[in-house]
Design a binder for this molecule. Sequence first.
Ligand code: ATP
Length: 319
Amino acid sequence: MPEPRAREVVVRAPAKINLHLGVGGVREDGFHPLATVYQAIALFSTVTVVPADQWAVTCRAEPGIAVDQVPLGPTNLALRAARLLAERHGIEKPVAIHLDKGIPVAGGLAGGSADAAATLLACAHLWGLPTDDLAGLAAELGSDVPFGLVGGTASGLGRGEVIAPLVDNGEHHWVLLTFEDGLSTPAVYAEFDALHDGLEVPEPVIPDALVSALASGSSTALGGVLGNDLQEAALSLRPALDDVLRAGREAGALAGLVSGSGPTCLFLARDMAHRVELADRLAGGVAGAKVLTAHGPVPGATVVGLTLLDGTTTDGRVE
Ligand code: ATP
């Protein structure tokens, strides 16, 4: 049994967006093959874990983020992550997990996956476990969880869990329009299937033009090659998103697209100044939307606070 080394660990994990989300036809096991390019952006969930008598999860959110859909029982993805890690290492010491959510729920930003990635890293530190082999467990928890551990800009193949970092020489500035009323990822995939019923769906690939645009570091080049195969399905379920995308284009965005399974809409700005201008133009212009801004890429799950057993507090950079 490993030796516990901390009495509180705080980890921050970023939201993800998909710069490209290529989706293939549904397989017999119900999954869709993906070829995606993820980018981690500066919108975070902060997870605190402490030893406790019972497994527990609590949740708080920043204003405008509705958490009523976040389960506080055994199906919570953060709790599942902690219990899976404990089970694999024969640990029988429960933890209490507190989620501070800065990522809209069911928004196509992988907020639950960020919580799970952060919890894996936090519990590994709390229990004195190695942190370099968490990717396998992450993939068991969900397709987007492994990317939450690494962050940056990366390709995702398979179901999205086979991650390879990509060279991204840019700092990209995004304006996000988020909505309290989320979209269910399974419902969006079901709509994708219905829209492609009887059609040949090509194998998804990572576009070379996107890889080149990222290497060039140019947001303008990036704006020309963004794409999301789920966008049509998200718009079919939520037609009002078409007006949101139009509003972003009219406000001068380099490009606009739905994030993952939606309903969050992403708008790419030329630079920081343009991002501020774009956010100002969109603020209040779309009913029911909250305007957020973030840059990317940023690193994946990171320890930001660690209280050792002797009470010494660090910023997490001890090893
Ligand atoms: P996906 O990662 O599937 O694209 P998403 O980013 O659109 O999903 P999430 O914020 O991850 O959305 O939430 C999806 C659903 O997952 C929620 O509606 C909720 O029922 C469930 N869920 C389980 N655990 C969590 C968690 N820790 N935080 C948020 N949602 C959770």
